[in-house]
Write a protein that binds this ligand. Sequence first.
Ligand code: ADP
Ligand code: MG
Length: 693
Amino acid sequence: MTPSRPAPAAPVRLSDPVTRLRGVGSQLSERLARLDIRCIRDLLFHLPARYEDRTRITPIGALRPGASAVIEGTVLAADVVFGRRRSFLCRVQDGSGTVSVRLFHFSATQRKQLAPGARIRCFGEARSGATGLELYHPEYRVIGDVAPALADRLTPVYPVTEGLSQQRLRSLCNLALGLLERPATGNADDLEADIIDALKLLHGPTPEVSLGALEAGSHPAQQRLAMDELLAHHLSLLQARRRMQDHSARPLSRGKDLLQRFRESLPFPLTRAQDRVIGELSRDLARAVPMLRLLQGDVGSGKTVVAAAAALIAAGSGAQTALMAPTELLAEQHARTLGPWLEPLGLSTALLTGRQRAAQRRQQEQQTASGAAALVIGTHALFQGSVDFHELALVIIDEQHRFGVHQRLALRAKGEQTGQVPHQLVMTATPIPRTLAMSAYADLELSVLDELPPGRTPVTTVVVGQERRLEVIERVSAACREGRQAYWVCTLIEESEVLEAQAAEDTAKLLGEELTDLRIGLVHGRLKGDEKARVMAEFEAGSIDLLVATTVIEVGVNVPNASLMVIENAERLGLAQLHQLRGRVGRGSTESHCVLLYQPPLSRTGKERLRVMRESNDGFVIAEKDLELRGPGELLGTRQTGLVDLRVADLLRDRDLLPEVQARARKLLSQDPAQAQRIIERWLGSRTQYAHA
Ligand code: ADP
Ligand code: MG
């Protein structure tokens, strides 16, 4: 028998799993997967978060606090010192000055190495300490007469994970980079030459590359990759859109009469903006491809009427609509508003929330399944488990900013399985600057309600320090004595419903002691659903004067007689949230006020934020400002990680690239879909697979 020769190994390709690299086994590959690194290409696109400059020696006299540097010098003195914590301290000197190296954990060997007279080279961050500038636990080595060579590149510092050292990741990235040097194996065939150059540069910049430019993200290599990354995100959303539009949807075109009767039954004429948007919707809905439309409208712009109109168009065509709200409170509020609008037109609604009692829930589910309900309102509970719809042809998602991109896409995927998919209308009150919106929602058409219903009186906002709390309480009392109502909103930094509820309870109690003649209500996230609904109904009916609440009232509360809102610890909230909250007042014809109560001292951004709130009532102005102050991650909501989790690009910094990204994406998708696919895969490959799993 001739011993079988092992088959020649196939050349390693960038798309191969990392386990094809020497020394990468299943344990390491699992750790890499935590960083979304699955194939070899993913290593190339795992870019350094920052760099260290170990290419040159900094004179000790030139060290600055906060900066990391390589120094070389002679140990002058070394001793164990007993401060608050025992430490080993050695003074190191070169011709230009002295600095201390301090070790809190040290061995006898280290004490011997760092004895007076030793020449050492250290790398570390200089900080101000007890003896002047100090380096805590720097990396160090004792050097002989011949100093070892310095690094010839800036040292990349990668995002790492537990059990995976910087050192290990660096050598893996180097292995992957090495594969790029052998294009003969066909490895690099899917990467453009300038992308390869940019990747090589960013994994190991030569010393001439400006660290400042790298830190600012303005280096041409970063800009090249940022463009590519934004393109990938944009393409993937456009692709999701095309995939949806490969499906058919039920054309909804027979609701004109119902819509007309609805208009006539409303106590107010529609605004021109509402008219226009309803027109846009009805054209979309009449088509046999699924509508995918985002409706942006500032708080109070009247999005609910538009939602009702869309539901009527569906109902007129014999189809059912589902309306999904982010909170129970908002779902209930919608049911209370939409029920009375639809009933006179012979249509009924169902409400499905997670907190309903079993019997009630069953009954509402039955209304839904039989089609007796033309409009089904609920929280995300709508799309979980046992709910059967009847001829569901339209899904409306309210306050999109509370949900993530992934949730939106997941909802869609649910429809995709059935062949015919529902039309989708996504509504948001978070006004996103247009270029950003185009990127965040590239898969959606955009409608804007850019006009508020007439008769609104702008809210006057004042900013007041906690020390004037008593005056504010007096103001609440005066407003309520005049027959108006007020909100007192309690906020906390920690996202803890329990603590927040506790704070609201305490505040309600204290205010109750001060304002003995007022009827005070309390609502927070920990109340049972029906209890919350009862308090809200009482406030709406006017039998509660002052509503103490947590931020649960951010959306979905509509009491025109409430004309005063106090927001405690306003400095802790973001602009978007403050704007949402403030939108609860100014809904009637009396002049409304908002008091932003803050805890001094204010940080610079805190001050700036409150100033913006005082000076503007315009959601778009506020959004632009928010973007500047906080960056798009927070503006779009941290939950929307799908978009915001960018590696090199930064939506705010690179927003100038967005128009070109949009144009290129459209062109690429129609002219070179294979290339589009490659770009998506290199940036999002393993992540999109994840999302679809
Ligand atoms: P949002 O866009 O914040 O969801 P709503 O739909 O809750 O706003 O509407 C806010 C208030 O404005 C509601 O009381 C609603 O009845 C009222 N409204 C809506 N459209 C008009 C209109 N065209 N004229 C007058 N009031 C309107
Ligand atoms: Mg609304």
